[in-house]
Design a protein around this ligand. Structure first.
Ligand code: FES
Length: 151
């Protein structure tokens, strides 16, 4: 049975997404080993599981910082005029480009397409937490709070 057929089964799809999430929590990101273990346990091709992990912005397939800041650049967030401003602000504030991690390993900056929070845009996700109606002032508060956990 091909992946498409297997994940058409809601139970199988749910298991795959959950297993990837648990593996990510354990390994920090979806390492080659983590993807292989999930694929083996669910009886799915490794390449297909990796494709699935790469598709969803919730999953990390590369090493990242402790906090992954995902700024939404979807249409709603773009239209309210916040997305570009927030990305530029974070680039300058953290001293990194999109896709990079700060030298202290705390923050990785990414952009994504729609965090399913269009009514409260602009939105940023930090790991599993969603932050809505974001402003540069709220970004400052957020970074300060996150840094405070590591002093
Ligand atoms: S476009 Fe940003 S949350 Fe949907």
């Amino acid at each position: 049975m091909q992946l498409e057929a297997k994940i058409a089964d809601p139970a199988k799809r749910s298991m795959l997404l959950t297993a990837l999430y648990i593996a990510q929590e354990q390994y920090g990101y979806l390492t080659k080993e983590a993807v292989e273990r999930v694929a083996t346990r669910l009886g799915l091709p490794v390449a297909d599981v990796y494709s699935m992990a790469s598709f969803y912005s919730l999953y990390r397939v590369q090493p990242t910082g402790r906090y992954v800041l995902q700024v939404c650049e979807g249409l709603s967030c773009h239209l309210v005029g916040g997305a570009d401003r927030l990305v530029d602000y974070l680039r300058k504030k953290l001293g990194i480009e999109v896709g990079e991690t700060t030298p202290d390993g705390l923050f990785t900056l990414q952009t994504v397409q729609c965090l399913a929070s269009c009514g409260t845009s602009p939105a940023i996700r930090v790991n599993d937490a969603l932050y809505e109606n974001m402003t540069t002032e709220k970004v400052d508060e957020l970074l300060e709070t996150l840094r405070g956990y590591h002093v």
